[in-house]
Design a protein around this ligand. Sequence first.
Ligand code: IPE
Ligand code: IPE
Ligand code: MG
Length: 299
Amino acid sequence: MSWIREGELTIIERFCANVIKAGPMPKHVAFIMDGNRRYAQKCHVERQQGHSQGFDKLAQTLRWCLNLGIREVTVYAFSIENFKRSKEEVDGLMDLARQKFSRILEEQENLKKHGVCIRVLGDLPLLPLDIQELIAQAVLATRNYNNDVSESLLDKCLYTNNSPDPDLLIRTSGEVRLSDFLLWQTSHSCLVFQSVLWPEYSFWNLCEAILRFQMNYSALQKARDSYMEERRRQQMERDQAYVTKKLQQEGFASHGDSRRRRTLLQKCTAMREERIQGFLQALEHKRVDFFERLCTVSA
Ligand code: IPE
Ligand code: IPE
Ligand code: MG
């Protein structure tokens, strides 16, 4: 049976979905799908069965999200720490991931027609590249331009750069930690911890999490806006200080000629943008190279 159909809503669910949709909705939701093994234990089934039902639940949840108009979902399916589990469990999980993700991707073709984007993050071999290369490249590229290094540049360097930060992050199974998942990207997200075990996640659990997002919406929005404003202010302050220094080098008094100051400021912003684009393109090439090498090795 199609997973897509399994996520269809009943009349009462559809009615509640419409009520919820009258409020502000998260555009991007991240899930830490936790509790598969406890579920298996509780239901006296094999551990692998718990994981398998966990993947099925993901497919169903994606469909609910689509019905609620949530176009972007990021899931945490496996962490680096999870490699420390027994070989049998890791192999089992990898087999399931291969099978179930390819099925989800097949059905995603369907979801794509509705503009849904699925992002799966977290892969051990990518981390050393991310961190070591990124730092090395950034140090070289920005050696003479300290003003280039900013939080917004860091955003652009991450794998998640094409996507807005999650509005809502949900972790199931009662655990109240992030376990290294999207730490940077969720600093202004609504974090919802629910006690339900992932394979038992229901449409109502999702509604409850969204309601909590809606209850906190204005505070979240305010915090995000003032953070972005502060970023802009800091960048402007750094640029002004740079221009002042330049003007002094040109023999002007520190406040300078206002037209010259404006021109220098525009030039400084444009040149920074150019350097940053160059740096990001080089980083992207490195990543593509890395992926190609990885595919050749594993082929
Ligand atoms: C989450 O469930 C799935 C993965 C980490 C792969 P767990 O396997 O962590 O199950 P619990 O939390 O031990 O019940
Ligand atoms: C968390 O894995 C990651 C996923 C749920 C995929 P665990 O359930 O093992 O959590 P930690 O490592 O104990 O936080
Ligand atoms: Mg767990």
